[in-house]
Design a protein around this ligand. Structure first.
Ligand SMILES: [Zn+2]
Length: 322
């Protein structure tokens, strides 16, 4: 008998990936599309069906016999129990408002379909197969274009009343901030430590007279890679951004520590590629704040699931509670 597989769908604003994943979290095969947001909502669900079937055909797998289910990680707010999208800002062409995504995708499959937000999906992969393996409780923080957390408490994802628990990017870390978040508030962690906020933060530093050796003609194009390249080239402004960003994430994980007292906090997402200067400073800030309130060792670890974390995470949702 062939082994059982999981199907993972990573549904983001720029990329739709579908993959087959083994029960140990390793990837068998995947297909990727970048044209999915040209569809309407129903068309998008049909595209997911077609991509899953493409993989099953390619691998000669029968859906009912081998697939334990289809897990979808979605970049937006969901009502988890109903599998309904509340809202998302990641799909400019699609409204998705109150869209019953789980029911629509389920209508194309015989095996069960589950939908959760992408940060929860990634965190569960990290919990089962990555830096959280071996623990019963793990807090995951993804620092990328946006910032989100996944709260795995006693082996289950904690989702809250609606399904939106863990929107940690919108916790306020600086009430005197003049940087406005997409949510409308000022001083969210997202407005001080996310990829999205980089143009504003760099502009502010330039206005304050901080010097850069780089030619910065268009601050709107500044992203994580730009800062990484500047950091590697020894640019003082990029270094200053990285250290300031690290301090805010250090404050963030300190807050998480005080709420959950977890044995491990895992950091993932694109900005973690800024490297040791960034990661070490995050830990330094955390330990300086925690001081003598830390009674047992805590592990602050980097995520291990890598490039396909979204896919593997979506698939791993099918293993929750097993
Ligand atoms: Zn916010």
């Amino acid at each position: 008998m062939k082994e059982q597989l999981l199907c993972g769908v990573d549904l983001g604003g720029t990329k739709l990936s579908v993959g087959l994943v083994r029960l140990d979290g390793s990837l068998v095969d995947k297909v990727v599309a970048y044209d999915h947001t040209k569809n309407n909502e129903a068309g998008l669900c049909a595209q997911i069906r077609d991509m899953v079937h493409q993989l099953l055909t390619r691998r000669r797998i029968e859906e009912r016999a081998l697939l334990r289910g289809v897990g979808i990680g979605f970049a937006g707010h969901l009502r988890f129990d109903e599998g309904v999208v509340i809202t998302t800002s990641n799909f400019p062409l699609l409204k998705m408002k109150n869209f019953p995504i789980r029911r629509m995708v389920q209508s194309h499959f015989q095996v069960p379909v589950i939908v959760d937000n992408d940060a929860n999906a990634q965190s569960y992969a990290e919990f089962l197969f990555g830096a959280g393996a071996g623990y019963d409780t793990m807090i995951f923080l993804t620092v990328s274009t946006g910032i989100g957390a996944g709260l795995v408490l006693n082996r289950r994802i904690y989702r809250g009343m609606t399904g939106t628990a863990g929107e940690f990017g919108h916790t306020i870390v600086n009430p005197h901030s003049d940087i406005r978040c997409g949510c409308g508030n000022y001083g969210c962690l997202m407005s001080h430590a996310s990829g999205l906020a980089l143009p504003q933060v760099v502009r502010k530093k330039l206005e304050q007279g901080e010097k850069s050796e780089l030619t910065i003609d268009d601050t709107t194009r500044i992203n994580g890679e730009f800062i990484k390249a500047g950091l590697d080239a020894g640019d003082p402004l990029c270094r200053s951004v990285v250290l300031e960003y690290a301090d805010y994430i250090g404050i963030g994980i300190y807050n998480l520590f005080q709420i959950f007292n977890p044995p491990v906090i895992v950091l993932g997402g694109g900005l973690m590629s800024w490297g040791p200067l960034y990661f070490d400073r995050i830990k330094e800030k955390f330990y300086s704040l925690a001081g003598d309130m830390l009674y047992d060792p805590i592990e602050i670890a980097l995520a291990k699931t890598g490039r396909d974390a979204g896919l593997i995470g979506a698939a791993s949702l099918l293993l929750e509670g097993q």
